[in-house]
Write a protein that binds this ligand. Structure first.
Ligand code: NOJ
Length: 472
């Protein structure tokens, strides 16, 4: 499946319930997304924001019922919006019945997870060792993320069949497809041994015919739209992007693009000042990729205007005026939301990742205050606060608001030939945060001037010399 699609991401807890999401659709529809991607809302002990799924076929009570979900799908259709679910295939919750059976050596489930007698020295994405001892089974299991998320063994055809059933189940409920969580680390390789230096323990394992075949068997048919989330930050180069996306998925996020100013998923989480020059170059290099989904925010990042210390309207222009076939807007981004003030102590940050990073910082000798100043900047809890609907409605009624700027920008992105097909030419990049580029198609050339520092006005000037868009 191809085309240009706008994705709108919803972290359900920020809305309340599935019914609350349905209620807000008329406002969201004014941004005209093609898809709404819902973060996991399945049965889960909620130790990792719902990415610890205990039953893939059940709606978590806190969000409502299956009936509510059906109503949401139907209501979204009225606005020509299709639903994408978040499919977490790399791991389950340790409370999933497959894990319970596997740790008890039930023959059928024995090989559902990655069990070893001796742990390797792999590190988890949240820091710390990636193998945990399970006293019930008397072996170590792999968890690339939190220890409450044991990694599934995707080389086991039974595991693949389980997911085929899960995919069929949800497709029959009328959804359009999936955002595939941690898509590049599903297959562990035996080649990675403890001889390797300490690093997140995985290989980008798309080279083999059989892994591609497996992914295609899951996502390649039935009109399923699939968008992959590769983890691994800058490590994930262009070649791997192609291997991942071209062969098995319709589109793919590039976390390396997003992971510009700080390191979130690693042992070394620390905010560092953004090198605009490097970042713009990277964007210019990456964004023309036809299958790239370029997002500025997600449930895994702090709010972009806080993170990049920039005017939300300029960031919006950056996202939609560079070539963008699958832009993704994270709920609240269209309001220009900043990081909320969550508090001064780690207890105010509920996420498992925030806690893990905090602990690592303390272990490395940072004081509590120092550790908290890092957490405040990098924590993904910043993105998970409730949406302020009064503010939403206020901005909706105010002509110059960030929200209406986004709506206008999306309309231009959708209809304008030059933005649809125009070639990108970089003109000037300054380390102060200035990015000048052109988009040309046929005889038309648009000039874009972006200034993240806000010192000068950011503009889009068309081939007639008219200012089509301006940040102020
Ligand atoms: C990526 C998700 O975006 C993130 O929120 C989650 O912690 C990990 N995958 C593990 O599922």
């Amino acid at each position: 499946m191809s085309g240009r699609k706008l994705i709108y991401q919803i972290y359900p807890a920020a809305f309340g319930t599935l019914n609350d999401i349905a209620k807000r659709l008329p406002e969201i529809a004014k941004l005209s997304p093609d898809y709404i991607w819902l973060n996991p809302f399945f049965e889960s002990p909620w130790l990792e924001g719902g990415y610890d799924v205990a039953d893939y076929l059940k709606v978590n009570q806190r969000f409502g019922t299956m009936g509510d979900f059906r109503k949401l799908v139907a209501r979204a259709r009225e606005f020509k919006i299709e639903i994408l679910l978040d499919l977490v295939l790399n791991h389950t919750s340790c409370q999933h019945e497959w894990f319970e059976k596997s740790r008890n050596r039930d023959v059928w489930y024995d090989d559902y997870y990655i069990w070893l007698d001796k742990p390797l020295n792999w590190r988890s994405f949240f820091g710390g060792p990636a193998y945990e001892y399970d006293p019930v089974r008397g072996q170590y299991y792999l968890h690339l993320f939190d220890k409450s998320q044991p990694d599934l063994n995707f080389k086991n055809p039974r595991v693949v069949r389980e997911f085929k059933r899960i995919i069929d189940f949800w497709m029959a409920e009328g959804i359009a497809g999936f955002r595939v969580d941690s898509a590049n680390v599903l297959f562990e390789s035996k080649l990675v041994s403890s001889r390797l230096p300490k690093m997140p323990g995985f290989l980008y394992y798309f080279q083999t015919k059989s892994t591609v075949k497996t992914l295609k068997s899951l996502f390649g048919g039935n009109g399923i739209f699939s968008i992959a989330e590769p983890v691994g930050g800058d490590f994930f180069g262009k070649k791997k992007f192609h291997e991942l996306t071209e062969r098995a998925f319709d589109a793919s996020f590039n976390i390396g693009v997003l992971d510009a100013a700080d390191t979130l998923f690693s042992d070394k989480a620390h905010p560092r000042p953004l090198n605009y020059r490097k970042w713009f170059r990277k964007l210019a290099n990456w964004t023309p990729e036809p299958k790239l989904s370029f997002a500025l925010e997600s449930h895994d990042t702090p709010r972009a205007p806080s993170r990049f210390n920039a005017d939300p309207k300029v960031l919006a222009m950056l996202q939609f005026l560079l070539p963008a076939n699958f832009p993704c807007v994270y709920q609240g981004q269209e309001l220009g939301m900043l990081n909320p003030k969550l508090g001064d102590c780690i207890a105010d940050y509920p996420g498992v990742q925030s806690r893990a990073i905090y602990q690592q910082l303390i272990n490395r000798g940072k004081t509590r205050t120092e550790a908290m100043s890092v957490i405040k900047k990098v924590s993904r809890d910043n993105a998970r606060s409730p949406l302020d609907w009064e503010e939403y409605l206020r901005q909706s009624g105010e002509e110059d608001s960030v929200l209406n700027f986004y709506r206008q920008l999306v309309e231009t992105w959708r209809t304008d030939e030059v933005l649809k097909k125009g070639v990108l030419r970089v003109k000037k990049i300054r380390k102060s945060g200035v990015f000048d580029f052109e988009r040309s198609y046929g005889y038309k050339t648009y000039k874009v001037h972006l200034d993240l520092s806000g010192k000068t006005k950011s503009t889009l000037i068309d081939n007639l010399g008219q200012i089509v868009l301006s940040s102020r």
